[in-house]
Design a protein around this ligand. Structure first.
Ligand SMILES: Nc1ncnc2c1ncn2[C@@H]1O[C@H](COP(=O)(O)OP(=O)(O)OP(=O)(O)O)[C@@H](O)[C@H]1O
Ligand code: SF4
Ligand SMILES: [Mg+2]
Length: 329
């Protein structure tokens, strides 16, 4: 159990800026290259076996964080230490080999599956890519994993995605994600497109897979009730930055950052049926192209002080958690 306390992933000052296309004339006049600062200097750690939730409004950069951590995007800057190897610096064959250790599950299972590929072949695909096992061994492994995700192999192996329900498709996507025995899985809004009645089944499956296969998750969600159900710790993101990271119970019992307080105030009272509710603080989230000065939350913050528009607060320890807010200076 020692291993559980060790760090699997250590993210240091990671940035992901998307360059904006501007006319050559404008570029010549302004001499400044505009960027979408989707992820703007993030540092955090994920321990072995942990589920770290990443929550925040639409456009705050959650998906970009997930994609960048597993190098589906190239970071603009920073380090992503995965078992002491800096993924940010890997390329070519070294990166390809490492990819076996991480996977991402997206929200739309239909879009994630090739409509012309039978379920069995789709799940086997990552094994083929990574040259794992011979044909017979791979088929056995697919049967085994189909059983684990609750789909009878004899019934589902030869089906096409269109012949499955949404929940069954997401089970297939989960099976495909875990078949290579990855160490780290990014689950991005995995239940968002599913019927409310089957969301909790899919969340339970994710937890079972984690316990059985020793996975570590980054669990991205709008749905704080789901986050409460599956996460050990929660990181709250606002406009490309993490504003608070704490143990799940602490975040729900006593949020410290004003933005977290607003998010938590919009969570329904404990709900065993995991009904979803999207959090919507007042006012629009500003554009990640023109980020407000100082604390980027200041135009919407009910507690904003003079210093807030001038000085950017650092993420620092307050009561055993990390918070970036001048209220705790
Ligand atoms: N490839 C891209 N090129 C340019 N901008 C991008 C790209 N991908 C994301 N962005 C921008 O980066 C910002 C963060 O997007 P991201 O999808 O990471 O947010 P999110 O928190 O996952 O939102 P949602 O909750 O709606 O999924 C947005 O402003 C988005 O428009
Ligand atoms: S730093 Fe100021 S504006 Fe930002 S969250 Fe704290 S009080 Fe609000
Ligand atoms: Mg997203």
């Amino acid at each position: 159990m020692m291993q559980e306390k060790q760090t699997l992933l250590s993210v240091k000052n990671v940035k992901k800026y998307f360059p904006l296309k501007v006319s050559w004339l404008k570029a010549l006049v302004t001499k400044e290259k505009p960027y979408v600062r989707a992820v703007d200097d993030l540092s955090f750690e994920i321990k072995y076996g942990e589920t770290l939730g990443l929550v925040g409004e639409s456009g705050s950069g959650k998906t970009t964080v997930g994609r960048t951590l597993i190098r589906l995007e190239n970071p603009t800057d920073g380090h992503i230490f995965f078992q002491d190897v800096d993924l940010a610096k890997l390329s070519g064959e070294n990166l390809r080999t490492k990819r076996r250790d991480f996977q991402m599950i997206f929200q739309d299972p239909m879009a994630s599956l090739n409509p012309y590929m039978r379920i069995g072949n789709a799940i086997e695909h990552p094994l083929k890519i990574h040259h794992i096992g011979n044909k017979k061994e791979r088929k056995m492994r697919v049967y085994e994993i189909l059983n684990k995700v609750g789909l009878t192999p004899e019934e589902f192996y030869n089906r096409f995605p269109r012949h499955l329900s949404g929940g069954q498709r997401q089970r297939v996507v989960i099976a495909r994600a875990v078949i290579t025995n990855p160490k780290f899985v990014v689950a991005d809004e995995v239940t968002a497109m599913l019927d409310v009645s089957i969301r909790s089944q899919i969340l339970k499956l994710l937890i079972d897979m984690k316990n059985e296969l020793g996975l570590t998750y980054l669990f991205i969600t709008h749905d704080l009730a789901s986050a409460k159900y599956v996460c050990d710790r929660i990181a709250v993101m606002y406009l490309g930055k993490i504003v608070e990271i704490a143990q799940m119970q602490d975040i729900f019992k006593m949020p410290l950052h004003p933005y977290t307080k607003i998010l938590m105030a919009s969570v329904p009272i404990p709900d065993p049926k995991l009904k979803t509710k999207k959090f919507i603080p007042t006012g629009e989230i500003p554009s990640p192209i023109n980020i407000p000065s100082g604390c980027r939350f200041h135009p919407r913050c009910p507690y904003a002080m003079e210093i807030c528009s001038k000085v950017e607060p650092e993420l620092k320890e307050v009561d055993g958690r990390l918070v970036s807010c001048h209220l705790y200076d």
